[in-house]
Write a protein that binds this ligand. Structure first.
Ligand code: NAI
Ligand SMILES: O=C(O)C1=N[C@H](C(=O)O)C[C@H](O)C1
Length: 265
């Protein structure tokens, strides 16, 4: 049985991961770590009232004590780089769902993992539908290069734009380049800063944050007297769990860095 430690165990995603790992017959949940709810009774915050397991305060100490095979991290964009270094330094494999790592940081973590002979898997989105949305968008972009992204999330999300929107923009820009086609120039003058959103690889991203939303994205392609919209909606965080469990089981077979769930499908 693979031993799994969940970092951010009491969070919106971490508590779902705790339950998904606990329910999987091939995995053994060895513990949870967080900074907000810690201690003997804090297990209830990890989504399982019957967990009977404390939530620990220190990742390094938990790694030493519990000796997991895999750490799953859903914490915060500010913490993830240091968390990942700690896990790799301990020689433990890692599955990262936390957003916010730059391409340079991912490369650095990959090199560290290779040096330590461990594996790190990072995915901005574990939803199958979201991965397909990105894949389809890169195909469409070869024919319809004019595109903007609208991502919509719950109002407690800490980062903007979303990791998924950044990955979508990166992939679309690469596909456009490969196809040798360019979008029409944006001639709009912004009379108010930010009115046209933010640009990633030349692609405009608009971020909506509202209560009631979970995780949603539209990729809008403009054409000649027509337009095409690709939309994905995660209406429940359960949507991410099959991808997380798949990654936990596969990560050890992929040394160094792997980026994106499509590599495991
Ligand atoms: N890859 C994917 O499919 C998905 C990724 N995410 C990402 O996961 C991250 C977490 O999202 P949520 O669960 O909604 O956040 P959340 O705020 O509900 O949960 C994060 C938890 O981590 C804890 N935490 C923060 N810093 C920590 C640290 N240094 N060490 C240990 N625990 C720490 C917090 O106390 C909190 O309980 C975000 O970056 C989000 O964008 C969210 C959903 C899906
Ligand atoms: O914070 C979230 O909720 C989500 N974060 C990820 C992202 O930033 O893309 C994945 C999903 O969109 C949910």
């Amino acid at each position: 049985m693979l031993k799994v430690l969940v970092n951010g165990a009491d969070g919106r995603m971490g508590s779902q991961v705790v339950k998904a790992v606990y329910d999987d017959k091939e995995l053994e949940l060895v513990g949870g770590v967080s900074i907000s709810h810690v201690g003997e009774d804090a297990g209830v915050f990890a989504g399982l009232g019957t967990l009977g397991m404390p939530i620990r305060a220190g990742l390094g100490q938990a790694l030493d004590d519990l000796k997991p095979d895999v750490v799953v991290d859903f914490t915060s964009p500010k913490a993830i780089f240091e968390n990942a270094k700690t896990v790799i330094e301990h020689g433990v494999n890692m599955v990262v769902g936390t957003t916010g790592l730059t391409a340079e940081q991912r490369t650095e973590l990959g090199k560290l993992a290779e040096a330590k002979k461990t594996s790190i898997f990072i995915a901005p989105n574990f939803g199958l539908g979201a991965v397909l949305m990105m894949k389809i968008s890169t195909e469409v972009a070869k024919y319809l290069p004019d595109v903007e992204i609208i991502e919509m999330h719950h109002n407690n999300k800490l980062d903007a734009p979303s990791g998924t929107a950044i990955m979508t923009a990166n992939q679309i820009a690469a596909a456009r380049k490969e196809a040798g086609i360019e979008p029409a120039p944006d001639k709009t003058h912004e009379s108010l800063d930010g009115a046209r959103g933010a640009k990633v690889d030349g692609i405009t991203i608009h971020s909506v944050r509202l209560p009631g939303y979970v995780a949603h994205q539209q990729v809008l392609f403009g054409g000649y007297g027509e337009y095409l919209t690709i939309r994905h909606d995660s209406i429940d965080r359960k949507s991410f769990m099959p991808g997380v469990i798949l990654a936990v089981k596969k990560v050890g077979s992929y040394p160094g860095l792997t980026f994106g769930l499509e590599n495991f499908l």
